[in-house]
Design a protein around this ligand. Sequence first.
Ligand code: AMP
Ligand code: MG
Length: 391
Amino acid sequence: MIPVAKALEQLFSLVTPMEAEEIGLAHAGGRVLLDDIVAGHDQPPFAASAMDGYAVREEDAIVGNTLALVGHIAAGHPGEDALAPGQAARILTGAPLPAGADRVIMQEDVTVAGDSVTLNLVGPGRHVRARGCDFGQGARLAAPRRLKAAEVALAAAMNHARLRVARRPDVAILSTGDELVVPGTVLGPGQIVASNGYGIRAMLQAEGVDARLLPIAADTVESHKAALALADDADLLVTIGGASVGDHDLVARVAEEEGFDLAFHRIAIRPGKPVMAGRRGRQVMVGLPGNPVSAMVCATVFLVPLLRAMQGLPAQAMPREVMPLAAPLPANGPREHYLRAEITPGGVIPFAAQDSSLLSVLSRADALIVQPPGHAGADPGDAVEVIRLDG
Ligand code: AMP
Ligand code: MG
């Protein structure tokens, strides 16, 4: 058994980063940006009106002043003439301020009569968006990062139509076990619905990866080998179950026979333990335990950071937060314990039922409390580290 941190370190050392590819902005959400994006212009590129109103010079912005109305400036239709003293121009939101103008008087604050405008109110706000107030030429959106919606919009505003991102890894997920049947099947005696593959696929989708689910392998060497052959071009193979040392646990043996070098086979983690990882050429293999909560927890702790590193993000463990306990935490044994827990206004509360088969409990959990090996336990109010589970 190796410690979790050691296992993660070894896992990261197996990674060959995905190559870069160029994609259009329309497909950039959730992808990992590999090159900094640099703004080629100031944004906005010109001083723009923030209101519908009248552009005036600062020295004319006096309550009671009547100005000559010249011009009509709309977004996309800049006026050609500079604003002379004593003049005002009709201006609409987003339109460039004419040369000479310093501020916009809101249309609610003027009286228009024919070709003249009288200013009834001059507020403190100038209602002008200065050139470059959003970002200046040369501003950067730094890589690597997973692009959020707002960052895709920012990249577009910086005038980049195509972006260099990491290729999405091809991930294949293999469930193993004679007892497993696909969801929707009428269950026969002793049968169990294969749930883990779907949960892990959904988790990876949130990481920008569409994993494929291989057909379920029966507990025979031939079946495992046949399934593995379907994934020999995958960047990452994830197996579920068959990872312990029972007679029917064939994953490690078959993986080695098929040319994988296993880096480790057991980790001091709870739930989990029989987690393995290896490499064959540039292909990485991670073997997860079969128990549903073990599989999901180990995927959170190991697979998600692995996939991030494969896509060029920093090789880091899942981020942790410190929170107070709102209920006692029992003492821990020799393995790092990831307790399913609920975040409440008063603090974090571990669920009483922590069995690794309880998906109903995991589905209600907001967080995993990370309890170090040999930890003596803790009381309400004591601080603990947690990994937030979102989505
Ligand atoms: P194993 O590691 O193969 O001994 O599996 C441990 C437990 O997890 C057994 O009760 C299996 O039935 C169950 N299990 C294994 N794979 C899956 C899966 N893909 N979905 C749901 N349960 C599973
Ligand atoms: Mg099994």
